[in-house]
Write a protein that binds this ligand. Structure first.
Ligand SMILES: Nc1ncnc2c1ncn2[C@@H]1O[C@H](COP(=O)(O)OP(=O)(O)O)[C@@H](O)[C@H]1O
Ligand SMILES: [Mg+2]
Length: 220
């Protein structure tokens, strides 16, 4: 495959969407052909799955962790087939807002075991792996507070409380992301996400630009 797959990972509010937009703008100015997509919900059918995953059902029923896991992978399988693989085959740079590592971090922190995660990854991704994963690293207190301010501006906003249990969960998610980075330092680049967006953007560019250069893409 000729294209380049770059994924953005990190906890809620770490700045993934902000930084993807900035990178996309920069690539546009440089004339680099690319697409920006996201998980869950990067396809029409995936958007339906996203709704099932992210909105609380009126009955109050919640997904069993295994059911949730399979929905994320159903979304990913569709996304790979309909969007990611065709774009890579066409030689594009593909930027994805959350991917495989989010499943490993969140569903792992929810109690899904390593074997199940590896099995589904191998089934759905086969041999495909991101060429680079940018891990935006931030303390959960900060991420959740940023996400809270962002969501207040949205229509239909409902306040979510971040109690100790929620914070503790996000701390474990963060540690899982950092562990993935430790295990796969070649693929995963940790970018501190605490400073202002322009400084974070510079860190993202330091991670992404060498990969683009080595893939024969003009970026200077
Ligand atoms: N470096 C930053 N410093 C302060 N606020 C930021 C920064 N990056 C993003 N934000 C703001 O924080 C909120 C969450 O950022 P967002 O990009 O939506 O995070 P994510 O997509 O990772 O959940 C948004 O309101 C965004 O404008
Ligand atoms: Mg986002």
């Amino acid at each position: 495959m000729r294209g380049v797959l770059v994924t953005f990972e990190g906890i809620e509010g770490s700045g993934k969407s902000t930084q993807l937009l900035r990178l996309s703008e920069r690539l546009r100015r440089l004339g680099v052909s690319h697409i920006v997509t996201k998980e869950p919900g990067g396809t029409a059918l995936g958007a339906e799955i996203r709704r099932l995953l992210l909105t609380r059902h009126a009955s109050g029923e919640a997904w069993a962790p295994e059911a949730e896991l399979l929905l994320f992978y159903a979304d990913r399988a569709q996304h790979l087939k309909a969007v990611i693989r065709p774009a890579l085959e066409a030689g594009q740079v593909v930027l994805v807002d959350r991917f495989e590592d989010s499943t490993r971090a969140y569903q792992g922190a929810s109690g899904v075991g390593e074997d199940a995660l590896n099995h589904l990854r191998d089934l759905v991704l086969q041999r495909l792996r991101p060429h680079l994963t940018v891990l935006l690293d931030l303390e959960p207190e900060q991420g959740l507070s940023r996400a809270g301010s962002r969501n207040e501006a949205l229509p239909g906003f409902q306040e979510t409380r971040f109690d100790e249990a929620a914070l503790d969960f996000h701390r474990r998610v963060r540690q899982r992301f950092l562990q993935i980075a430790k295990d796969e330092p070649q693929r995963v680049s940790v970018v501190p996400a605490k400073e202002d967006p322009a400084l974070v953007e510079a860190g993202v560019w330091r991670a992404v630009s060498p990969l683009l250069r080595s893939s024969g893409i003009e970026v200077d």
